[in-house]
Ligand binder design. Structure first.
Ligand code: DLZ
Ligand code: SF4
Length: 512
């Protein structure tokens, strides 16, 4: 009797629930590179290369351990190019009579797998993905008890439950849960991040890069230079570099943006965590130790841990609790087609050009670029929620729907009507100017709202307020801004709205 253990491309953890306590004599591990997964959105070339190389390395490690692995490469002539097709083929060719798989990270795939028992006529065991720290059902119970299931309260419960950065008397280290006020420093002149580790491409990676270049030539992004970690050991070394050299500065400059500095003091581990090369609790405990050992300050360690113990778990919980209808939400009726500049990076807006070009180059940009540049612009311009969500899912090496959808639809676009965020993250050029050095070299004038060279973020910001006045009326956190708009003179209002319309026309003509 043989059991087939399917391991997906973002499940590359040896501790995976479906690979635990397995008997090598009766286990056949199946891994498959398939067009269906590589093209359901047109993923960034670097994202596909990273995953395929990491998958191949993971399969090699399992084989070295003595497990039998059936690894189907993308260009295998018999490849059916879908996961279901490869499971079916493996069952037929090996006589396996049972399938075990850890639950996938996306609703579409879970939905599909739920029909596999009937389709293939064998038992399908779906194991809980316990690399996450709270189960889907556990989060559902937490959320259903609350009128507004906000991250901050979830995070506090997680800190208490896992005893992370807590004092013996049950209060948080430092006497506060959150040190964000210390984490919003504007970047001083010349701020630059440290040099990152860069991995030499081995034979497996070189082969994969060749494959991706040939099979996905029209996908977004630049394939080379490629220096992602592709094994758990390499990812661990990047984490170690972050903890020892970079974490101490992470807090202070967490929200800063600097031209030519895509990484600054960010950890860059999301792609590794989300593909399974690192596990969250290990990262959290090691970061916590940096605070207790005195090698990193509390504002940095707490801010970093909150991303993993709080945000990451929270967005995943929201995703599973509210899917599938969550994906259909569009509370602000945003329908404008996604403009070409999101794909090309060609625009006179220095900030947007930097964010998109960094994305093209690295399949990465940091959270403030995502939230306050590309996300904020999409919110203000009323860009189509589904098109923006698809863009985020395609372009970032760390993006899977469970993490991308709530972050984009809920946080950046406020399309869930305030389930996740208590107010829209809408900001004018003033915020961008404070947190970056982009405006100094921009074609537009950040201090101007209405003139010919006025920063588009300024007029679009007020247009957003005007267009959504009714929808946002009941939101007390928006009351001052709405009152500011109402108090504004008619001539000023008209000038801002006219400038905003002009900017939207330029956007449609690819000339903004
Ligand atoms: C993202 C991705 C890509 C590009 N390719 C594959 C693949 O060829 N085979 C595979 O098993 N998984 C791939 N993945 C990851 C899956 O899309 C991911 O498991 C689901 O989206 C659920 O998170
Ligand atoms: Fe961006 Fe406006 Fe500043 Fe230009 S002036 S960089 S468009 S915020």
């Amino acid at each position: 009797m043989t059991t087939l253990h399917l391991v997906l491309g973002d499940q590359l953890s040896r501790s995976l629930s479906s690979l635990r306590d397995i008997d090598p004599k009766t286990t056949l591990v199946l891994m498959a590179e398939v067009m269906a997964e590589a093209t359901y959105v047109r993923h960034h070339k670097k994202k596909i290369a990273f995953l395929f190389s990491a998958m191949r390395h993971f399969a090699e490690a399992l084989k070295e351990e003595g497990l039998t692995v059936r690894y189907v490469k993308l260009d295998d002539p018999d490849n059916t190019q879908s996961l279901a097709g490869e499971v079916k083929r493996a069952l037929a060719e090996t006589g396996a009579d049972r399938l075990v798989v850890t639950e996938p990270g996306e609703y579409r795939l879970l939905h599909e797998m739920q029909s596999w028992t009937d389709e293939f006529g064998i038992p399908v065991d779906l194991c809980e993905d316990d690399r996450f720290l709270i189960t889907r059902a556990g989060f559902g119970r937490w959320a259903d008890k609350r009128r507004e299931p906000r991250m901050e309260y979830f995070y506090r419960d997680m800190r208490r439950h896992f005893d992370v950065l807590m004092r013996k008397d049950g209060t948080p280290e430092g006497g506060q849960w959150n040190f964000d006020k210390e984490n919003r420093k504007s970047p001083p002149k010349g701020l630059s991040g440290p040099k990152r580790l860069s991995w030499k491409k081995d034979k497996i990676t070189r082969e994969v890069l060749d494959l991706v270049e040939h099979r996905f030539p029209d996908h977004f992004g630049r394939l080379e230079p490629f220096h992602f970690a592709v094994t758990a050991e390499q990812a661990d070394a990047e984490l170690e570099q972050f903890l020892t050299e970079i974490l101490p500065s992470f807090g202070d400059w967490q929200d800063a943006m600097v031209l030519g500095e895509p990484y600054l003091f960010h950890s860059m581990i999301a792609a590794y965590l989300n593909a399974g090369l690192l596990t969250p609790m290990d990262v959290i405990r090691r970061a916590e130790r940096c605070y207790f050992d005195g090698t990193a300050p509390l504002n940095a360690v707490e801010g970093f841990i909150r991303q993993i113990l709080g945000w990451r778990e929270y967005v995943r919980g929201i995703y599973w609790r509210f899917m599938p209808d969550y994906a259909e939400r569009n509370a602000l009726a945003a329908e404008r087609p996604l403009p070409a500049l999101y794909w090309t990076g060609r625009t006179n807006m220095a900030c947007m050009s930097a964010a998109v070009n960094d994305t093209i180059e690295h399949a990465y940009s940091h959270h403030i670029q995502r939230l306050m540049l590309t996300g904020n612009f999409a919110l203000l311009a009323g860009l189509s929620v589904s098109e923006v969500c698809e863009w985020y899912l395609a372009v970032y090496a760390d993006a899977y729907e469970w993490v991308e959808l709530p972050n984009t639809l809920g946080m950046a676009l406020f399309a869930d009507g305030g389930l996740m965020a208590s107010k829209p993250y809408a900001a004018s050029g003033k915020y961008i100017d404070r947190m970056s050095n982009f405006c100094g070299s921009c074609h537009y004038d950040v201090k101007d709202g209405e003139g010919e060279r006025a920063c588009p973020f300024n007029s679009l910001y007020w247009r957003f307020i005007a267009v959504n006045e009714e929808r946002l009326r009941g939101n007390h956190r928006m009351a001052n801004i709405l009152a500011g708009w109402r108090r504004m003179g008619d001539a000023k209002k008209a000038a801002l709205l006219s400038r905003a319309e002009h900017c939207l026309n330029l956007l449609a003509d690819d000339k903004l």
